[in-house]
Every structure is written in C-alpha cells, then in structure tokens.
Write a protein that binds this ligand. Structure first.
Ligand SMILES: [Zn+2]
Length: 196
C-alpha cells in the first residue's frame, strides 16, 4: 500500500488525495474503517485514546456504516475541489449536508488554566464510530472560511490526481510534492529537451 502523505496544505484536500493514481491505475488508500481511523489519527483529528476506543469497533455494522458515509463525503469533497478549481460555488446541498452533520457535534468548551490566566479548550466526545461524522464534516471549514478559494490547485503532472492549496508567496506552486511529481516532471522535461 502506498504511504498516505499530507501534501495539500489543507486537510479536506488531503482526504480527497487518499484516492491517487499509481502506474496509471486508480488506487484507494482508504480501504477500511481502520485505514480511516489511521488517517484521522495521522491528521491529528483524533487522539490516541480516541483511536484505541474506536479500533474496538472494527468489523461492526456501525463502523462499516460510518466508513461508507465517510467515502461518500470524500466523493463530495472531490467534487468540491473540482468546483473550486473551475471557479464554481460549492453546491448548496453539500453545505446543507455539512451543517446537518456538524449539528450532531459533541464539541463543547472547557476552561483550562495556563500560566497566569485561563484559556478555552474545545473538547469532543468520540466514543463510537458515528461520532466521527462531525469531525469529517468539519474538514472543509478551514478551506471555505479562512482560505482563498482561487488558490485550490490540481497537481501539474497530468498523470497525478492530487489537489493542494497553494500557500506559496507568489502562488506558483505547480506540484503536489516537489520530490514526487515536481522531480518527475523536471526529469521528463530534461529528457524531452535532450531528445531534440
Ligand atoms: Zn502530483
């Protein structure tokens, strides 16, 4: 299995990027509920204690159901990325779906003492697979509320399907990763140039 990488500069796009193309073939990096959990832990969206509790649900009907819902949501985020690249507004039905799922969120504020004052920490109760849906639903919030939607890009390698958020100063980032596609395209250009 290919290693899951976080190259998009945005977790929503990173989730979309769990569907890649390798040697011309589409490859899904999320093949099970457990893969989804690993991705969420890797993305720091669930804690290691959450992970432990949630892993106990593997092979359950609840877990399979949430996994299927997560994949459907990922497909919607894929469409969202495409829409943003084409300059379209996100589909109202997606926003509605996100809001419905976020309404189930168990997140609540807690005061926590820091050195000489208090701060607010947001805590989420994650005890069963379904509790993951608000976490997944919240993924596009940062992109849609904090980021410049014109800077969502698709990798410049025609054989690659990964997306990223271009946060470079001059907005000229072209590749999902410099060592991967960036390097590959450089080598190809070099070969092309030296053929003639
Ligand atoms: Zn790429």
């Amino acid at each position: 299995m290919a290693i899951i990488e976080f190259v998009a500069n945005d977790l929503c796009l990173d989730l979309v990027n769990t569907e890649i193309v390798e040697h011309g073939q589409p490859v899904d990096l999320l093949l099970s509920y457990e893969h989804l959990l690993d991705w969420l832990a890797e993305a720091n969206l669930i804690s290691s204690s959450n992970l432990k509790i949630l892993k106990k649900w593997k092979n359950s009907e609840e877990a399979n159901d949430v996994f299927a819902q997560a994949k459907t949501l990922r497909a919607s985020y894929h469409q969202l990325a495409e829409d943003l690249i084409e300059g379209k507004t996100p589909s109202p039905s997606l926003i509605k779906q996100i809001n419905t799922l976020m309404a189930q969120d168990s997140m609540y504020p807690q005061l926590k003492q820091s050195v000489d004052r208090y701060q607010i920490d947001f805590v989420r109760e994650i005890k069963q697979p379904i509790d993951l849906m608000p976490v997944l639903a919240a993924l596009p919030i940062d992109l849609l509320t904090q980021k410049d939607l014109d800077l969502v890009r698709k990798c410049g390698n025609p054989a690659c399907v990964r997306y990223f958020y271009d946060s470079t100063k001059n907005h000229k980032r072209r590749w999902c990763s410099m060592d991967g596609c960036g390097n590959l395209m450089k080598v190809q250009r070099f070969r092309q140039k030296n053929k003639t």
